[in-house]
Design a protein around this ligand. Structure first.
Ligand code: FEO
Length: 170
């Protein structure tokens, strides 16, 4: 069984992951509104990934005989100034999430909960990937400048991204 402190912290993180999901869904809507369906597709996949992160935490709390609590979270923004602004905001957000995961790991260490530490290792690794993938898009957008042809090309590439659910054993 998990401690009350771990249970509360994990439940907070479930809400944080679902907030991330809504943030990316909102970004997808904005990107659709400025006629970039491929970038929007990339954000829709991010949405699905965040839901899977939230569910992974939710299921873990239950598996450890804890009580998973579904909490409210604030509405995400719905407007951004530009596509670059969207991806920069996403990068800043992922850095914030990395901080939250590190805080969770610190609590698991304090509580001497070894199983939670091992479980959270997946999220530590995932955050490295999350930050790197969004940063790569920010860099591509900066290099493009005002090139509409380049933007169209990347939009087509990102439109091919598909969702791969994380393996349950990971
Ligand atoms: Fe659930 Fe994008 O981190």
């Amino acid at each position: 069984m998990i401690s009350k402190k771990i249970q509360d912290a994990f439940n907070d993180q479930v809400a944080a992951e679902f907030y991330s999901a809504y943030l990316y869904l909102s970004m997808a809507s904005y990107l659709e509104s400025i006629d970039l369906p491929g970038f929007a597709n990339w954000m829709r996949i991010q949405y699905q990934e965040e839901v899977s992160h939230g569910m992974k935490l939710f299921d873990y709390v239950i598996e450890r005989d804890g009580r998973a609590i579904v909490k409210a979270f604030d509405a995400p923004p719905s407007e951004w100034d530009s596509i670059l602004n969207v991806f920069e905001a996403s990068y800043v957000h992922e850095q914030k999430v990395t901080g939250l995961i590190n805080d969770l790991m610190d609590i698991a260490i304090e509580e001497k909960d070894h199983a939670s530490q091992i479980f959270l290792q997946w999220f530590v690794n995932e955050q490295v990937e999350e930050e790197a993938s969004v940063k790569a898009i920010v860099q591509q957008l900066k290099l493009l400048g005002d090139s509409k042809g380049g933007l169209f090309q990347i939009d087509r590439e990102l439109g091919r991204r598909v969702f791969t659910p994380p393996a349950s054993s990971e």
